[in-house]
Design a protein around this ligand. Structure first.
Ligand code: ADP
Ligand code: MG
Length: 569
């Protein structure tokens, strides 16, 4: 390892030279109270900025053991360091210092969720931050003086104000850690309590806007209040006793007038698979970790999925036991989304009428009279939802404001009235008794089999031109895998672009396990096992600072949407 002064010397030597001379600084350097690693140097001022790490020995950083003493705490701690570091870059980094990305210092930027990330690490020996720097140039000439200011003035200030215990607010850090620990604990309790979700009293569910995930603060915000009959009490390790609405296993219907907060509640349940920041409003809103939001997604590709529980006898005798299409309809896409989720072991399905195909959800008496069962390929969800629970143990929470026929097949009915949930189960029952639905159930006796699928390795080609592997993420909802685009626009439980990035590389990593025998679920499990053992770093040949943890569900969803995918059933 070289000394910091040696880095200074190199920067002075290469001042004014062609950009490629920056390659000389790829090395590690011992600074006064930390080590600096220049892992990768960008090729020109417009390329992705250079990858840098800083490691502060615990002797100097001095974070007490309790801040990372279990997995929940460790993840929260690393998230906290990332946020502190990010704040510090905005405070101490001057920004633009020349051409292209010259002058930037940036670390991954977490949103409302607290996810495991590769931007920061902690061990008993050190804390480490991974970030990027835009090595400065004017045109293509190295701006050595500017680089010197970045490495010797700005970076030390950023590091000192974010990676040392004495400079961070211990109370804030403590709250961060305790919030995550409580949420994990609460989620772990769900099964034992017979619940699929819990929403704490006082929780703030609505968001600032359709594009701003921060809590709604303007106007009247109605904090969540559980109906008496569904109220559950849980003791958390840090917060103590919390009260809130427990949604039991089974089939739950959420009804209520338009604009009364139904979708907002469902959205909060969708994201209850993740932990949220202190102050988010959803800190104690948790959902079974294997909960999947299901929606219609017309236009998606489907590769040999057995959608026969929902759809059979298509025109021209098309096969629905190995249904394949380049351009799914609303109902076939929704059916495939369910079957694919079941194939991956989903425990809970969430469905909102806003994003569902009507003909998939309901077929009423009059329509049954007009269009006979023989000429309607679709068995609507209403005739399958109970079997899902009885045969497979899979619970469903549905938002449907438009059809009381569902009263016959649900275990409970929650009605939203001005953003407050009420237990309307009894009322719904007596209405169902009084006005008997005349529709005939069409779903048969059993849900049907879920056929596992085996992905074929050679259908995954990550190459592009002369690059053997070229994978990138364009925003949250799109991965470019080789020359193919994977559209994740309808995968609603993906929340962070760093998850998308990790999933892109995880698809390639997954191909290592494709031996023509392993099923998709087995392959995804193998990927998750590799990550659990070696961290997200296992997805990349070099240290990456902008991966975030993802679920097997979203990895499978991405694989299922790769347009070249070939499987064997
Ligand atoms: P629905 O699905 O019942 O039609 P939404 O859930 O879409 O209604 O909510 C309608 C609007 O009300 C949204 O703009 C949402 O942000 C707002 N909203 C939801 N819950 C609350 C609440 N608890 N307090 C204040 N506003 C809310
Ligand atoms: Mg709605």
């Amino acid at each position: 390892m070289r000394t910091g002064e040696e880095l200074r010397k190199i920067l002075r030597r290469i001042e004014g030279r062609g950009y490629k001379a920056y390659k000389d600084i790829k090395d590690s350097y011992e600074f006064e109270d930390y080590q600096l690693f220049v892992d990768h140097v960008q090729g020109d001022p417009f390329a992705s900025p250079s990858r840098i790490r800083v490691r502060v020995p615990q002797k100097a950083a001095a974070f007490p053991r309790y801040t990372y003493s279990n997995k929940s705490r460790e993840i929260a701690f690393r998230d906290f360091l990332t946020r502190r570091f990010s704040q510090a870059t905005r405070k101490f980094c001057r920004g633009n210092r020349g051409t292209g990305k010259s002058g930037i210092i940036a670390i991954d930027r977490p949103g409302q969720e607290i996810l495991e990330r590769t931007s920061a690490f902690v061990t008993e020996d050190y804390v480490e931050a991974r970030f990027v720097m835009g090595l400065p140039a004017f045109g293509r000439s190295i701006a050595g003086r500017q680089a010197e200011a970045m490495f010797f003035k700005e970076l030390p200030q950023i590091v000192r104000s974010s990676l040392f215990c004495e400079t961070v607010e211990e109370e804030e850090l403590g709250q961060h850690i305790e919030t995550v620990e409580d949420a994990d604990y609460l989620r772990n309790q769900l099964d034992q309590l017979g619940l699929v979700a819990f929403v704490a009293d006082g929780a703030v569910l609505p968001r600032a806007s359709g594009i701003d995930p921060q809590p709604l603060t303007v106007g009247r915000v109605v904090p969540f209040q559980s109906p008496e009959s569904l109220r559950v009490e849980v003791d958390l390790p840090n917060r103590g006793t919390v009260l809130g609405m427990g949604i039991p296993r089974g089939v739950t219907l959420i009804v209520g007038g338009g604009y009364h907060g139904k979708s907002t509640l469902l959205k909060a349940l969708e994201l209850g698979v993740y932990n949220h920041l202190p102050g988010d409003g959803r800190e104690c809103v948790v959902t079974n970790p294997d909960t999947v939001k299901i929606r219609a997604e017309d236009g998606r590709r489907i590769e040999k999925v057995d959608i026969s529980p929902f759809i059979a006898n298509l025109p021209f005798g098309r096969d629905t036991q190995a249904f394949a299409t380049e351009d799914a309809s609303g109902s076939t896409s929704q059916a495939a989304n369910i079957v694919e989720a079941l194939e991956m072991g989903a425990q809970v399905l969430l469905i909102d009428e806003d994003t569902s195909a009507t003909n998939f959800m309901i077929r009423d008496h009059r329509m049954q009279e007009l269009v006979s069962k023989d000429s309607e390929p679709i068995t609507p969800f209403i005739d399958k939802v109970r079997q899902l629970y009885q045969d497979l143990g899979v619970s469903t929470v549905l938002v449907i404001g438009g059809s009381g026929d569902y009263f016959d097949v649900v275990d409970r009915v929650i009605c939203m009235v001005e953003y407050e949930p009420h237990d309307f189960t009894e009322q719904a029952r007596s209405i169902a008794d009084k006005y008997r639905a005349e529709r005939r159930p069409e779903g048969g006796k059993h849900f049907g089999q879920i056929a596992p699928r085996i992905p074929i390795g050679h259908s995954f080609d990550p190459s592009k031109g002369n690059r053997e592997v070229k994978i990138s993420s364009k925003g949250l909802q799109s991965i470019t895998f080789g020359i193919h685009q994977i559209d994740l626009g309808a995968v609603e439980q993906l929340v962070d672009i760093s998850q998308t990035r990790a999933i892109g590389d995880a698809i390639y990593y997954a191909t290592k396990f494709m031996d023509g025998k392993k099923t998709l679920q087995e392959i995804v499990s193998a990927v998750l096992k590799g990550i659990k053992k070696q961290g997200l770093d296992v997805l990349s040949p070099w240290p990456v600072g902008d991966y975030a943890a993802f679920r097997g569900m979203e990895l499978a969803a991405a694989i299922n949407r790769l347009r070249t995918l070939v499987v064997r059933q």
